[in-house]
Ligand binder design. Sequence first.
Ligand code: ZN
Length: 315
Amino acid sequence: MKYGFGIDLGGTTVKLAYFDENGTMLDKWEIPTVTANAGSQILPDIAASVKDYLAKNNIAPESILGLGIGVPGPVDGKGVVNKCINLGWGVFNIAETLSSLTGFPVKAGNDANVAALGEYWKGGGAGCENMVFVTLGTGVGGGIVIGGNLLHGTHGSGAEIGHMVLNPKETVACNCGKYGCVEQYCSATGIARLAKNHLTATEAASALRAVDNVTAKDVFDAAKNGDAVAQEILNQFYDYMGQFLGSLCSAVDPEVVVLGGGVSKAGQVLIDGVSAYFHKYVFHAASGARFALASLFNDAGAYGAFKLALDAFGA
Ligand SMILES: [Zn+2]
């Protein structure tokens, strides 16, 4: 039996996990991400943590097949990172650098894509061939798996689905600098913005009027309690989601669309709401895609990162 590590590098913490080659997570822990000095300490810290773990547990280096790592920025197929703004990183080959620090082979990918691979392998997409993964959090991210392979793209920015344009008439800029991106309507922040705009546009009574700084969760909760205005806001969100996923699935034709991120905590009501509008916008032959909720949550990145290494270096 061979073993390896899956590493999910975030802006504040690094999540590390130790796996066997069947994909069983045997252990997991976290270390802080030290972003001082242009993030120069991050990879040495990760290497030290891995070596420390092997030494403490008397694990022979020969039993390690390799390391996989998900990085918060674009990474190409060779492991070249193209600027991780949160970490202070420029352009360099992370796979080569981490490999020389640890002595193990390393495979790297973008964090959202890697989380998609985790959900494909052991989570909401388990058992399928073609999958779209969408994270609805502060922003909108995701990943696309085709025939078991993750789409990295030519420049490492494959599946930046949060920045597909839904509304070219938008007057407020997205974080990326463009106008009318998916992320501006379909993220938790986007739902809060839809709520604010809708409450201003109508006089209708709503429990949401008593709430300061309405959140996405407030809107879902109020709708569940029968608040008509909250339901109108959700219908706007579902319509945007339907356009977004209808177009995406017309291109990809997946078996499953896995929904993750904070907004997915709404559960089945989210799937039911999105499905109704999805069928309005998707090409008929791709309309059989089913929706599922992500199931690995914060561990998706570690699972996917290890799967990258397993696919590259496993038997
Ligand atoms: Zn954008």
